[in-house]
Design a protein around this ligand. Structure first.
Ligand SMILES: Nc1ncnc2c1ncn2[C@@H]1O[C@H](COP(=O)(O)OP(=O)(O)O)[C@@H](O)[C@H]1O
Ligand SMILES: CC(=O)OP(=O)(O)O
Ligand SMILES: [Mg+2]
Length: 390
């Protein structure tokens, strides 16, 4: 691949996805991921364009750093670090400073590191490959694309907490996340469903991290995540919206340290905490345990309730879109959510839902779609644009 390769990295909470593009082409040359991080047997799978046979490599360790090492090793063996012309990275938190993609230098990287405490499951793993590539290829142009950026133009009222003004002014705001995913969905809607895209749409990004975005005319109006990616829906291991009084009580009355509370809320709550079995929806669906069913029911109930809140923010709703791991592949959860939204005029076509079809609703009811998230293509587009790559 001469010296025209564009590397895209997307570290999520349970997976690292990557893609290699020829710098002028829309379709990725290679796509791969390490899934199951934090589990027992993570595997690096890579697929070349046009092939339906991925290659798989088992990894000895299940953490993000081992996955990044394996991935950079694969890249050197199959593409060559010297063939890279640029790299684009998902960076989860851009704070108040970054509402657009930015070219990374030492100073930018230092600023982004200061946001690591606001996204402990993501930011360090977003920044680690940037540092490693800086060492391997100091002159390589690298671009950071932010999960928070898509939401920065929301109405001001949607970005505020009801805290003393001085804290709002210091940047304690509802930033929102999964913005690269929402940006890509907004674009897909504009291309394939233009009249719906112009209206009021709730997009449900339900993966290991989960959030909702209410869009009008393709732009974010409100979202379920806040200052950090803990807020909103229950997730694989994260609690979602929680009375802040619980945090105070755990620290002041139960004697937990701030670090212990952080560990509980980020890593031992959500589907894993309620089920006691797994953070992965696939395991809960297989399980006969009542606690697994309760975790699934709570996930669907909270999601439906939060959708109701976004419908109010949008002043009504014209359509609903599901995306990400659970949203794209889990009919049971989509059914449980949509059943609680029948009062809004949503009704699933059972067969379409069971088959994970793109268009899921019955005739004469409001549209429900499943669209695949593709954060890597959004990052590639942003990186090319910023660096003016042909
Ligand atoms: N076939 C499936 N059925 C149910 N849930 C699924 C399926 N495939 C993936 N998932 C869920 O999606 C999650 C991963 O979503 P993804 O968006 O890829 O994760 P990340 O948040 O790490 O980017 C898994 O933890 C699992 O809960
Ligand atoms: C922000 C976030 O939760 O991302 P992910 O779903 O990739 O973990
Ligand atoms: Mg993700």
């Amino acid at each position: 691949m001469s010296d025209n390769a564009l590397l895209i990295m997307n570290a999520g909470s349970s997976s690292i996805k990557f893609a290699v593009f020829h710098s002028r082409e829309e379709e990725a040359e290679w796509r791969g991921q390490v899934e199951g991080l934090g589990g027992s047997s993570p595997v690096l799978t890579v697929k070349a364009r046009g092939s339906d046979k991925p290659t798989s490599h088992s990894l000895a360790d299940a953490d993000h750093e081992a996955a990044i090492k394996a991935l950079l090793g694969w890249l050197e063996d199959n593409v060559g670090h010297s063939a890279l012309k640029a790299a684009g990275h998902r960076v989860v938190h851009g704070g108040q400073q970054y509402a657009e993609p930015v070219r990374i230098d030492e100073k930018v990287l230092d600023t982004l590191e200061t946001f690591s405490d606001l996204a402990p499951l993501h930011q360090p793993h977003n920044l680690s490959p940037i540092r490693q590539l800086m060492r391997l290829r100091p002159e390589l142009p690298q671009v950071a694309c932010f999960d928070t950026a898509f939401h920065r133009d929301q109405p001001w009222i949607a970005q505020q907490f009801a805290l003393p003004r001085e804290w709002t002014e210091k940047g304690v705001l509802r930033y929102g996340f999964h913005g690269l995913s929402y940006d890509g969905i907004s674009r897909q809607l504009r291309q394939a469903y233009p009249s719906l895209a112009a209206g009021r749409v709730v997009v449900a990004h339900l993966g290991n991290g989960a959030s909702l975005c209410g869009m009008r005319d393709g732009k974010s109006q409100a979202t379920s995540m806040g200052f950090t990616a803990l807020d909103g829906l229950p997730m694989g291991q994260r609690c979602g919206a929680l009375d802040p009084g619980v945090v105070l009580w755990l620290i002041q009355q139960q004697g937990l340290s701030a670090e212990e509370v952080q560990e509980m809320l980020y890593k031992h709550s959500g589907l894993l905490g309620v089920s006691g079995i797994s953070h992965d929806m696939r395991d809960l669906i297989q399980s006969a345990s009542p606690a697994a069913k309760e975790a699934m029911a709570l996930f669907a109930y909270r999601t439906a309730r939060e959708i109701g809140s976004l419908v109010t923010a949008l002043g009504g709703i014209d359509g609903l879109v599901f995306t990400a791991g659970i949203g794209e592949h889990c009919p049971e959860i989509r059914r449980a959510i949509v059943e609680q939204l029948s009062w809004l005029g949503f009704e699933l076509d059972k067969e379409a839902n069971q088959g994970n079809a793109e268009y899921l609703s019955r005739p004469e009811t409001l549209p429900i779609l499943v669209l695949p998230t593709d954060e890597e293509s959004v990052i590639a587009r942003n990186t090319r644009k910023l660096l003016a790559l042909g």
